[in-house]
Design a protein around this ligand. Structure first.
Ligand code: ZN
Length: 212
């Protein structure tokens, strides 16, 4: 099981451009980028699987960014958030992981703040079984989480869990969506230990900002 208290000892942790980073709006190199983002088929969660530090939802769906095709791989969760946005940390960060046919990884990160509850998260929490991989009783449509991404940071980084592979295209939404206090507590009752990797050095890499 991944030990976040020993994360300084994770292999490859100092290699190249790592994630997460602290995203600062005043430091972006271009704040009007317009990525051509299209959801080509709905992002549907089909299986929920315990991965010890969180759970992951796998399924189907595909999107394009500037005509490059990405297949949905999984959605997983971090609490608290990994990226900081203008120095702010959020109670949760959701990672929607995609891959091209050539195995290039792209992740869309979304921040969750405390507010009204999300029916989608309730259905996910209701179906989770500790230590198991479970087929969801009906497919969960995750597409709405990836719509209306009007304020997004983009940079190149890495996976935030071992093997910490570099060359990941990150798109992190600035606008949070909301989960209820009870939902965040339900999640923390299952996964009591924080699973956020600490902020990594920028090493002068550029961050752009815009809409998808
Ligand atoms: Zn993640």
């Amino acid at each position: 099981m991944l030990n976040y208290r020993q994360q300084d000892k994770w292999d490859n942790g100092n290699e190249g451009f790592q994630s997460p980073i602290s995203l600062i709006s005043d430091d972006v190199i271009n704040n009007q980028t317009d990525w051509q983002f299209d959801i080509k088929s709905p992002i549907l969660g089909q299986l929920i699987e315990d991965s010890n530090n969180t759970f992951r939802i796998t399924g189907t769906g595909n999107v394009t960014i500037n005509q490059i095709n990405f297949q949905f791989q999984e959605l997983h969760f971090h609490a608290p958030s990994e990226h900081l946005i203008d120095k702010q940390q959020y109670p949760m960060e959701w990672h929607f992981v995609f891959k091209t046919n050539a195995m290039q990884t792209m992740v869309i990160g979304k921040m969750a703040t405390e507010g009204k509850s999300s029916p989608v998260f309730d259905s996910i929490l209701d179906e989770y079984v500790s230590g198991e991989q479970t087929k969801l009783s009906k497919h969960i449509d995750l597409t709405p989480f990836l719509q209306g991404l009007d304020h997004v940071y983009h940079y190149q980084g890495s996976l935030t869990t071992p093997p910490l592979t570099q060359g990941v295209e990150w798109y992190v939404g600035k606008d949070p969506f909301s989960l209820s206090e009870l939902q965040i507590e339900r999640y923390q009752d299952i996964f009591a230990l924080p699973n956020n990797r600490k902020i990594q050095p920028m090493k002068h890499r550029p961050v752009s900002f815009g809409k998808m």
